[in-house]
Design a protein around this ligand. Sequence first.
Ligand SMILES: [Zn+2]
Length: 290
Amino acid sequence: MLKMVMLQKYLYLCRGRSGSAAAARMAFFGLTATLLIFSSYAANSKQQVEEPLQFTYSGEKGPEKWGTLNPKFSLCGNGKSQSPINIITKQVVPNKKLKPLIRGYHPVNVTMVNNRITVAIDYPKQTGGIIVDGKPYALKQMHWHSPSEHRINGKRYAAEMHMVHVSDDGNVITVATLFKNGPPDPVLTKLHKQFNELAYEVKSHEKAPNSVESFPPKELRTTPHKYYKYTGSSSVPPCGEGLTYLVLPKARSISREQVEGLKAPLDMECKYNARPCQAINGRRVEVYEE
Ligand SMILES: [Zn+2]
């Protein structure tokens, strides 16, 4: 139960401002409802699109203020194992017990949603997921940040993709992929039309289906040769802790146009949707390398 509460906190941004009806549904259906609300949250109506966000990435509700915006957000200000972090490679600890990250995703048809803070894809249970320490974690959601949230030796990348996985008992593992500027990313190329539709939808307040066929594609099903592992938090309020991050250091390539495409549908104060790096506070970052 504790884990489920944590997960719901992690996915807090999904709840939006849809009020008591949504809260009741979430209590009843737990995670499933949370994710469904996320899907319907921004795509819904003109009224919702125009309501103020609970937090943003600049201005009066920017990251430095998150901890004071709402009592439920206090960990954003005083948590001791927050994300993202700057990974210093000469301080990471090799762990021979870590296993290869096997990704067993089945292509499914999904819908892409704009929640104004990021653009996300929610996945059904049959998508499959990853196995970590012998335990399965189902892929629940994928979203993007630009620029990157994590840094490696102080270097910030052009973008970062988070693939959020959840075990049956509510533990959360986020696989973070970094992107550097260069040729277009083939995965985002497949989503070009949907990103355009989302950008248009925000401007016109019209609904668009934004459905995507056969996702995730094969590019996201390979086994990475190296990853960093550490315990952190949701990088959005309420910044709940106890999440595991697997950060893939082999940066993929993304074009400048694609980075603009990630930003276009978002609210003006969320186009730069990367939380600053947080204090490491003695946490250990482990590394798996083939
Ligand atoms: Zn994220």
